[in-house]
Design a binder for this molecule. Structure first.
Ligand code: NAP
Length: 255
């Protein structure tokens, strides 16, 4: 019997946990984790790792065939919709079973002042009415709506604190302070940060998960509005797991 080979499309904590859990099984399948290569010093998963794009859905399909992959778990970030669409197409083309492991989005609780928006462009448009000192936690490649040539002129009067793992890429807002940091974060740390920088508004994508949720609790405690960018839709027809246990059960059943 040929060895089972699970490909984990990664870049998230869940992907790393899944790689470690599968390696600990008896018998353990061959596991390859795939990273896009965006972060300079990524947290590496257990086991084999490949880095870089596959060359679209066709490239991924060719890779699945060449490496005799028996199952794919798309454990990429909820906003990484390009690779998720490619995975759905490649799985349909090759017949390799595909699971989407996607942590649930955040849910508001009493005291939250969330302003849901559909895109970062809509988030930028909402800001001038909401405050002057903005905390951006949207990712280092996502500053164009706040700083690019098509930005609203009113945005140039705002001050931005941008937190990301690696330095953000231009275009950058004129009044910008960069904070290089990687979660998990704590409520005390987030409260201290928001107070020290006298932040008026938090902007975040609805990434979900516990590691970066303390910023939401801190904003709630300080009564600050949160501009929350909604997730892109998941690819249709792909089965989903909301947590590691469900993903492990799917992997065990996918033979
Ligand atoms: P994306 O827009 O969905 O993907 C763009 C292209 O990057 C894909 O078409 C693919 O290139 C390549 N790619 C993406 N993820 C890959 C992976 N795991 N392995 C191999 N190639 C991959 O993705 P993104 O938003 O730039 O995110 C890139 C990675 O960072 C993802 O793996 C994601 O989990 C992680 N991440 C993203 C965010 C976010 O907010 N978007 C936040 C935290 C972590 P080819 O077409 O050439 O195959």
């Amino acid at each position: 019997m040929t060895e089972r080979h699970v490909l984990i499309l990664g870049g998230t904590a869940e992907a790393r946990q899944l790689a470690a859990e599968l390696a600990a099984r008896t018998p353990s399948p061959r596991v390859t984790s795939s990273l896009a290569g965006r972060v300079s010093q990524p947290a590496l998963p257990h086991g084999s790792v490949r880095v870089g794009g596959f060359g679209g859905a066709a490239g991924l399909a060719a890779w699945l065939r060449a490496e005799q992959v028996s199952a794919v778990v798309d454990a990429t970030h909820p906003f990484a919709d390009g690779i998720s669409a490619n995975a759905a197409r490649a799985a349909a083309e090759t017949g390799v079973p595909l699971l989407l492991l996607r942590r649930p989005g955040w849910r508001p609780v009493d005291g939250d002042r969330w302003i849901p928006v559909s895109s970062l462009v809509d988030a930028a448009a909402a800001l001038p009415e909401l405050g002057r000192r903005i905390f951006l936690t949207t990712g280092r490649k996502e500053l164009a709506p706040f700083a690019g040539p098509d930005r609203l002129p009113a945005l140039d009067r705002l001050w931005f604190l941008a937190r990301s793992v690696d330095a953000p890429e231009p275009p950058l807002p004129p009044n910008l302070e960069v904070l290089l940091d990687r979660g998990p974060f704590t409520l005390d740390g987030e409260l201290e940060l928001l107070r020290r920088h006298r932040v008026d508004v938090l902007v975040t994508k609805d990434s979900g998960g516990a590691a970066t949720a303390p910023k939401l609790a801190a904003a709630r405690e300080l009564g600050l509005p949160v501009v929350l960018v909604r997730r892109p839709p998941a690819p249709p027809g792909v089965p989903q797991a909301a947590d590691l246990a469900a993903a492990l059960a799917w992997c065990a059943a996918a033979r």
